[in-house]
Design a protein around this ligand. Sequence first.
Ligand code: F0G
Length: 481
Amino acid sequence: MIVVKSSKGGELRVDGYRVRVVEKLRLPSLDERFKAIKEAGWNTFLLRNEHVFLDMLTDSGVNAMSDKQLAAMIAAQDSYAGSMTFYEFVKTVKEVLGFEYVLPTHQGRGAEHILAKTFVKPGSVIPMNYHFTTTKVHFELAGAQVLELYIDEALKTKSTHPFKGNMDPEKLREAIRKYGKENIPFVRMEATTNLIGGQPFSMENLKTIKQICEEHNIPLVLDGSMIDWNAYLINQREEGYKNMSIAEIIKEMCSLADIFYASARKAMCVRGGFIATNNKKFIEKMKEWLPVYEGFFTYGGMSIKELGAMAVGLREMVNESLIGTEVEQIKYFAEKLTKEGVPVVLPPGGLGLHLDAMEFLPHIPQNQYPAGALAAALYIVSGIRAMERGTMSMERDKEGREIFSDLELVRIAFPRRVYLRSHIDYAVDRIVWLYEHRNLIKGLKWVYEPPVLRFFLGRLKDIENWGKELYETYKKELGNY
Ligand code: F0G
């Protein structure tokens, strides 16, 4: 954003870019939407884009690329081994993040797999501020137990604590005492903590956690997939960082990490991932696994074209003009919905607007997936494709029992540089209508439940066919669009 003084007092934030390529959108009819959600097994992941109006499932791999990124894709030097594009990327990582050694991976979970293979063994314990779905699965498959050491405020959706992504330092000290540092291969901090509603951690907290790690000689791993939004929010909310640039804040965050990894599909607006560190021993150990699972170390399962665009994406990630739009959009969205009494996660963070499904639909028990039902209902009434982030996104325990998620959220994600204010106004209108008719929504039950990461491919059904009544009521009141 370009920040200037407003003539009315206060500040004015203006997007520092313009749009030069557009894609026409089509609003599918209500009839079409109702048919499509049934065909998709009430799972928004299984919808086809031709039936979607606003695709707000995720910010992953769907951000608008810049002219310079596209140019870099053409200029990239395709080669299996030794491409100059890779070495230029390494130089950029050093320049922007401050790390010497880099391993590209096909995407973020590729990096997690390499970390799991290299550092995690049966009996390992991995403390984190909060888990991410793929992270947890990779570490658990390697035999580890994941500990979530969030602060109490993290799960209170109404609390306006500015840094709900913080890790509780006392809980970390306690975990080290209880499990022993020899069983903790690393501590993981996730920027713009995904599953609690895109909430940032503070630099002060990161420094405290780093200090505890250092006292016990435990490496600190930073998942920087969404470091851009976390840095933007530190700049806005944390004492002492208001006059620092995003580039400086990101450099400082990275200086506290022993290992950095990211899905580049997010903040860097390309399709890939990587691991970076200044520790030679770590990189050599990880590098051994790279050709087995990802590819040769100068492409790591990515297309070289994307690697070229990733270097540009990294530099753009710290360009003040190009970042921050989505944080401002989410804030606008949250303010509008809050004014109408719709329960959303506060304070608005990065990643997306998060509806609090347990508050929205208090009549649906967690074993009937209130967030999944709400995501399906939102699609029916708007054509907006959002994502369930609740119990459906959890794995069952070893005995096959359901593990209830701490929060039941519907995430309406904001891909970077993609949606406009009128889209938000449309979404607000439809969500408010849905909130007024929330009693029509009931739960979901499984028709097909995959054994792992079930939310991706699982198929469900609306309990007592509630979808039909929602569809009919909408049609009577608002017509077929
Ligand atoms: N870490 C975080 C914090 C993520 O948000 C993601 C992906 C990953 C790791 C895995 O990266 O997808 O490139 O393999 N998040 C996506 C999302 C899927 O929709 O939030 P990946």
